[in-house]
Write a protein that binds this ligand. Sequence first.
Ligand SMILES: Cc1ncc(COP(=O)(O)O)c(C=O)c1O
Length: 454
Amino acid sequence: MHSVDPTTESMIRSVLAYAENRLRLNPVPLDRGSRDPAELDAALQGLLGPGPHNPDQVLGVYTSVVAPAVISADSPRFLGFIPAAPTKAALLFDMLVSCASIQGISWLEAAGAIHAENQVLRLIADRAGMPASAGGCFVSGGSAGNLSALVVAREVAKRKAGPASSVGRRWRVAVSEDAHSSITNTLRICEMDPLIVRAEDHRLTGVGLRAAIEADGDPASIAAVVATSGTTNAGIIDDLAGVAAVAREYTLWFHVDGAYGGAGLFAPSVRSKYDGIEHADSFIVDPHKWLFAPFDCAALLYREPSIARSVHTQDASYLDVIHDTPGEWNPTDYAYHLTRRARGLPLWFSLSVYGVDAYSEAIEAAIRLAHLTADEIGRRDNLELIREPELGVVLFRRRGWDSAQYNRWADQLLTDQVAFIPPSAWDGETVARFAFLHPETSMDLVIQILDRMN
Ligand SMILES: Cc1ncc(COP(=O)(O)O)c(C=O)c1O
C-alpha cells in the first residue's frame, strides 16, 4: 500500500488521467445528485471487504456511478444555495497539498506552508482594513469559523464578568433573523441564546441593535453581536459601521460573518458597503465560496489573535514542544481544531498565479450578471424582482405560481441539465433565487431559465 509497485504505477496513470480530464472540462457539466440508495448500493456492492480489487474496476465504479450522482457545484449552471467555482490553479495545487500530505498544524512542523497561508490571511485582513496585529488560520468552513470565533467571544465575556458573576450565567449573542443557520447552531452548541434584533428590511443596523439592547432586561448577559456581510438568502450586507459603533459602546464582541459575501471586499464596485468591517473583533470569509478555492476552506481572522490563542490553545505534555518558542505561529491555536490540512495553500498558489486583479474582475462578473438579471426580470410581466441585488444573489417571484410549480420548474431544469436552481423562501413565500458566483455563467443561460417560466 505504501510502496511504488505495479499497482501504484497503474493507479498513478489512471487516477491522474481521470483528474486531468476533469480539470480540462470546459464547461463542467451539471450531473445529477439524488439517486435511489438501493441503486447505489447495488453498484457499490462487494467493493469494501477483506480482499483487494483492481483499481481500474473501482475507479470505473466511481466514474460511472458515484461521480454522476454528484451535482457539480463548480458548473456555471449550478445556481442554487452558494455555488463553488475553484480556479484551475487552485484545483491543481489542492492535489499537490494532498499528494505531499501537507499539514498545517504548527510552525515547528510546517513553517513554510503556514507562512504562505498567513500571507493570504494578511491580504484579506488588509482588504478589510484590520490592523497589523490581525491574524488567524484557515478552517474547514464558515460554520467552523463562526463556532471558533464565538467560543472566543463567550470566553471574553466570562473573563470580563469575572468568576462570581459568570457562574451559571447563560450568555447571549445579538443576531438578526437573517443570520446564517450555523450561528444558531453555534449558540446551541455553546449553550448561548440569541437576542433577536429586529432588522428593518432584513438588514441589521446600529439603530436596531441599540433599540434591542436598551429594551432588554439583562443587557449585561449579551456577549457579542454577529453581523453578516452578505446574507445567504439575499446577499444583504448589514450596517457594519453602525453595528460596530454600538458594539464598541456596549463592549460587545463584534463578529462579522462574511462566509459568502466577504469576497466582495475585493470588488471595488461594492467595497464601500463593507465600511465598518475594519472594527471587527473576528471575521470569516469562505474562499471555497466566492474566492474560488476548492472545498473546504474558510479564513478566520481575529483583531487580537492573542485572545483567541488564550482560548483555543490545547494543553498537553506532547504538545509542549510546539509552544516552546514564543512568537511562532501555530494555526492550531486559533480554532477548535488540532490537526488541519494546509487548506489555504491552493488559494495562495492561485492568487499568486493569476494576481489579485483577476479575482476582483471575476467577483465583479457575478455582481454585473446579478444586475443584468434584475433588469431582465423587470422587463417581464410574469416576473417580479423581490429586491435589488447587492451582491450576486437575485430573488424574484413568478406571479401566480405556488410552491409546487416552482419545484416542477426547478426539477425539470435539472432533468434537462440546464441548471440547478432550487427555489427558496422569502417572508414565508416560495420564490425563485439565482446565486451567481461562477464568472462564466452567461446571460444566455439566465434567459433560457427565465423563458421556462412563461
Ligand atoms: C453567511 C454564511 N455563513 C456561514 C455559512 C456556513 O459556511 P459553511 O457551509 O462553509 O460551513 C454560510 C454557508 O452558506 C453562509 O452563507
